[in-house]
Design a protein around this ligand. Structure first.
Ligand code: URA
Length: 254
């Protein structure tokens, strides 16, 4: 059982205040009866809740998107520092895990879910789900180095036979930056090796000065999601998240 206004907030219908108004205005019905009280309790697994005639289906899993700030650890618990789960204030975080790891000093798009199958799907390189990063650099980067990042570089990993385990094909383009600011590139990879982006830039003699994940699959970091803010993913965003990219697939099959 849970409060109707909490159920509606979890489905992304707006802030508590907006939801209170939606309920007061008679736009919400439960099992055919219009409900005017926000503190009505519903059974989210069996009751049928409608907003302006459209059913809001109960989701078995929970999916959150967080704009991760620097200084927070991507883990479920840590004795010394705040974790990304600590930022989901007021939520029941039991069973939730972040999808992949962002370094403590990396910012940006982080999905947090209790859907283990999705977690695996998004991270497995064979599914070609891109993770795109805005990468700020210590030094200017040449076209030749960008080409190397795209083709794959040796970041020190070794296969069982001791041969270099080159990074998989990636996408890379130059970004815009102001006068005097660090150069910026956008790098999209479909793997998630330890410190991968930083090590890729090291492999071409450069250094990452700031890193932010801006996209996963077809889902970009929403412009209105401020740093440290989170919210539930909408059904459309969940579909976008799973989108694979043919360009990287083409590269891989070459
Ligand atoms: N690559 C890195 O080096 N760090 C991150 O946090 C993510 C990708």
């Amino acid at each position: 059982m849970q409060r109707l206004d909490k159920f509606l907030a979890d489905r992304g219908l707006g802030t508590r205040k907006q939801i209170k108004d939606l309920i007061k205005n008679g736009t919400i019905s439960v099992n055919g009866d219009v409900i005017y009280k926000a503190d009505t309790h519903i059974d989210e697994t069996t009751d049928h809740v409608y907003y302006m005639g459209e059913e809001l289906v109960y989701e078995k899993n929970r999916y959150y998107i967080l704009n991760k700030p620097s200084g927070v650890i991507t883990a479920t618990n840590d004795k010394r520092a705040a974790t990304v789960l600590d930022l989901l204030e007021g939520e029941n975080t039991k069973g939730l895990s972040p999808v992949g790891r962002l370094d403590i000093d990396t910012e940006g798009l982080l999905i947090i879910t209790d859907d283990g199958a999705l977690n695996h799907y998004l991270l497995s390189p064979s599914h070609h789900v891109e993770k795109e990063y805005e990468v700020h650099l210590r030094h200017d980067i040449t076209d030749k180095d960008i080409e190397k990042l795209i083709k794959g570089v040796d970041i020190g990993d070794r296969r069982k036979d001791n041969s270099p385990d080159i990074t998989l094909p990636a996408k890379c383009r130059r970004g815009e930056y102001g006068e005097g600011a660090d150069p910026v590139i956008y790098l999209a990879i479909c793997e998630g090796r330890f410190h991968q982006v930083k090590r890729m830039l090291e492999a071409v003699g450069n250094e990452v000065t700031a890193l932010k994940r801006v996209r996963m699959g077809g889902l970009s970091l929403p412009a209105d999601l401020e740093i440290s803010e989170y919210r539930r993913l909408t059904a459309d965003e969940l579909t976008l998240l799973k989108k694979t990219d043919d360009l990287i697939v083409d590269n891989l099959e070459e």
